[in-house]
Structures are given as structure tokens and as C-alpha cells.
Design a binder for this molecule. Sequence first.
Ligand SMILES: Nc1ncnc2c1ncn2[C@@H]1O[C@H](COP(=O)(O)OP(=O)(O)OP(=O)(O)O)[C@@H](O)[C@H]1O
Ligand SMILES: [Mg+2]
Length: 320
Amino acid sequence: MKGEVKLEDLEGIGPKTAEKLRSIGICSAKHLSLFNVDELLNLVDVDERTLRRALAHARSIFMPLRAIKALDNLAQKSLPQLTTGVKSIDLLLNGGLRPRAIYELCGQPGAGKTQLCLQLSVTIQLSANKGGIGGKCYFMDTEGTFSLSRVKVIAERFGLDSEYALSNIYVIDVINTDHLLQVITSDLVRAVEDGVKLVIVDSLMSRFRTEYAGRESLALRQSRLGYALDWLVRIARLYEVIVIVTTPVMEVPVAFVSINERLRPVGGTTLAHATTHRFFLTTRSERGVLRGTMTVLDSPSLPHGAIASYLITDKGIEDA
Ligand SMILES: Nc1ncnc2c1ncn2[C@@H]1O[C@H](COP(=O)(O)OP(=O)(O)OP(=O)(O)O)[C@@H](O)[C@H]1O
Ligand SMILES: [Mg+2]
């Protein structure tokens, strides 16, 4: 299988070069093909000609080098869809979440972003006839909000043994933005090669906002954010995985509009361009029941402004 091509199988790569690449976390030929030559030159002491030759070989195995007619693009047509476990949201998504795309869930604190992520870390494991993809989840937790007890309850709701469900979720505490990038470019790819089909970054912005606070560091923040997102896009497309990032909202001072109209996603155009589908989540409490709505903000295939309703309950996210 293509996924099992070893570094040593690439032209020009002997045991010593392979060892150097492994020491920086590159685990396979496919993993190597995600990098460009300049990135590798910055990371590892291997001569440029060797790297160029190996990369060209890796690309010839894992990437199309010739365009095909859209009519013949069967790969696109046969992509599976992942259920959220909530009918109204699946309907909004035109059936479910699709691999190769970056989904952004943005919303106020308590809107249900983390709850939905936890739910998806379970539904991804379901078999295709139950709306899943039979894959594992990789959960990058930047705020310490991953909850074992919530996953257990949600797993039981979907008929999975809770221990089995937890054994299929990789969780990593992300401490800062350098750490995030290191994890994305190395350990995440290892896990994806081990069956991860859903990648979650909850929340993507928190580290960037605190480490690069203030206007003077905005340009640097955006360029680093853009780079991290670019890596998520590369992985999503080459390995056909689903990526979900959560982001907070900020309030802009506009007079005479409702609170929801004053809320905007953070992350600027960098985030807006890198994500495939953006959704705005909001909740309100009605007689002790938490009711939420998910609205399409920006999507190449879903109508702007389309809305799904949900409830946040002790069992996770459910239909309203
Ligand atoms: N066991 C539970 N039973 C019912 N509701 C719960 C339970 N656990 C959490 N919630 C509700 O879920 C909501 C929190 O949702 P969540 O953590 O997903 O918000 P969020 O959008 O991720 O917010 P933030 O931006 O702060 O990360 C809370 O309002 C809480 O009341
Ligand atoms: Mg959260």
C-alpha cells in the first residue's frame, strides 16, 4: 500500500538520511511529501539535491502529477460523510461532514463548540451504516476542556463501549503555538497514518491570541496562524481527513444592531480564507433548557445564513 512506503524506499535516501528525518518526527515517505524543500532544509542537515530527489519521488507516488477530467474525479464523488448525531445539523451540512475540508465552529463561550467536538470524536468511530467513518480522532486541546466523562456518556448514547471509544481518541494538551505547530507537523501525521480520520483543534485561536497580543504583533500572529492552518489543509487533503477548528467571537462596536450582529469571528481574513466551511454557534437558555443554533457564515456549497437548531443536554448535542 502507498501509505506504507518507507523513507528508505525513496530515491537517494539511505539509512543515515532516513534516521535524520525520523529524528525530526517524519515517519514515512508520504509524511515527507507534505513538506516543501525549504522547510526541510531549515529542519534537517541533509543536502538539497538529495532532498529534492526524494521529494520528487514521494510526490510521484502520493500526489497527482496530471490533471484529470472533472467527470472522472471519482475520488471526490465517493467521499464518505460523517454524521454529527444531530439530524438538523446533518441536514444543514447536506448529509454530514466531509473529508478534505476544514470546518470552523465559532461562537460565544458556552455555545456548545466543545460539546459538539466531543460528540464528533465519538460519531467518527461509528460504522458507515450508522453514519460514521470507522476512524479514530485526534483532539488537540488548548484550553484543557477535553472531558473524559462527557465522552463516556456520549459513547454510550451511540451504543459504543466507553473504554473502546476512549481508546480511539488521541488527546494532546497543547501548551503554546510553537508546540501546536510541532504537533501538527509530526505527531498528528503519525496518528493519521494510524487511522485518525477526524482532527480537532479546540480552540485554535486561544494560544495565538495570548502569545501575540496587541496590534504590533498582529502581522506575526496572522502569519503563524496562517502557517498552522496551511499544514492542517495539507494533511486534510493528502490524507483525506476531516478537520474541525473552534474559534471564539469578538464584539465589534456597531450601534443599533442586535448582539448577534455585533459578534464577529476572530482570526481575520487568514482564518476566513483557510477554512472551507464556517459556522456561527449561539445558545440561549429557556426555562433551564439550553437551545442552540448553528448558522452557515461562509461555505462554497452551503447557503449563507442557513440555520440548524440543537439542544445541549446531559447526553451531548441533540435535536431540538
Ligand atoms: N453534563 C452536562 N449536562 C448538560 N449540559 C452540559 C453538561 N456539560 C456541559 N454542559 C453545557 O454545555 C455548555 C458548554 O458548552 P461548551 O463547553 O461546548 O461551550 P464552548 O462553545 O466550547 O465554550 P468556550 O468558548 O468557552 O470553549 C455549558 O453551557 C454547559 O451548561
Ligand atoms: Mg470550548
